[in-house]
Design a protein around this ligand. Structure first.
Ligand SMILES: NC(=O)c1ccc[n+]([C@@H]2O[C@H](COP(=O)([O-])OP(=O)(O)OC[C@H]3O[C@@H](n4cnc5c(N)ncnc54)[C@H](OP(=O)(O)O)[C@@H]3O)[C@@H](O)[C@H]2O)c1
Length: 211
């Protein structure tokens, strides 16, 4: 599958690297192909492609958005025409002061992203843990896989993203429509406060058990 990345810092570069290694054609959408973040991502995986944002998005079926939340609007406006109809994986989280919800829990960041690109199929995924777990999702010694919860309104897009989640070693768990994104964003804040403030291990993840 052809996949473009808008943003390839801690989260984006790890996911781009792994997705290329499991066989996808991954392109970094770059305004500046010589930027430090492009250089770092290529040093980690020289088989990633680099192209101007409009070209990268236009040629991809799936686009990952892994930018700081405040940069989403500018990043998406730059590819507004090209992203229409595509599956957009929203990896971003709105985080406010003192690790509060960045939109005061009034609406989710992903619903805001969906409003910015109304004709794009937004799926929120890869957000509920710190980047350490996207670097390496292996949890040896357990006979269950770590769970990765995602949500979105378009079932076809969710099927695609669920497949990518599984390929990267996670148990995909569809949590419903995009209205669930607010709850996933609160799960993120729970994880972040436990790990970054309380000092729990950054490798703590959830599992979904059922019977
Ligand atoms: N860090 C985590 O543990 C974690 C976990 C889950 C979700 N998230 C969420 O994932 C998102 C990315 O976090 P991160 O830690 O990966 O951030 P990061 O390391 O700071 O990387 C951000 C990336 O976005 C790019 N960028 C910034 N402004 C842009 C713009 N206007 N247009 C296009 N690209 C732009 C940066 O490029 P330059 O470096 O060239 O500026 C960089 O590649 C955030 O929304 C965060 O809340 C983070």
């Amino acid at each position: 599958m052809k996949i473009a990345f808008i943003g390839y810092g801690q989260v984006g570069a790890a996911l781009a690297d792994h997705l290329q290694r499991v066989g996808h054609q991954v392109t970094l959408a770059a305004n500046d192909p010589n930027s430090e973040s492009v250089k770092k991502a290529l040093a980690r995986n020289p088989d990633l492609n680099v192209a101007a944002p409009k070209v990268a998005v236009n040629e991809s079926e799936v686009v990952f958005l892994a930018t700081p939340f405040h940069a989403n609007e500018a990043a998406l406006k730059a590819v507004a025409d090209e992203i229409r109809g595509k599956t957009l994986v929203d990896c971003t989280n709105p985080v406010g002061p003192h690790l509060s919800h960045g939109l005061n829990s009034v609406q989710s960041g992903s619903e805001m992203v969906q409003k910015l690109v109304p004709e794009t199929r937004v799926v929120k995924a890869f957000t509920i843990y710190g980047f350490e777990n996207f670097e390496n999702p292996a949890y040896p010694g357990y006979n269950v896989k770590p769970v990765l919860m995602y949500c979105g309104n378009d079932s076809e897009a969710k099927k695609i993203v669920g497949g990518l989640i599984a390929q990267l070693g996670w148990e995909p768990l569809d949590t419903g429509g995009l209205e669930q994104a607010l709850h996933l964003e609160h799960m993120t804040l729970l994880w972040v406060r436990m790990v970054r403030v309380m000092g729990h291990s950054p490798h703590i993840v959830w599992a979904a058990l059922s019977r």
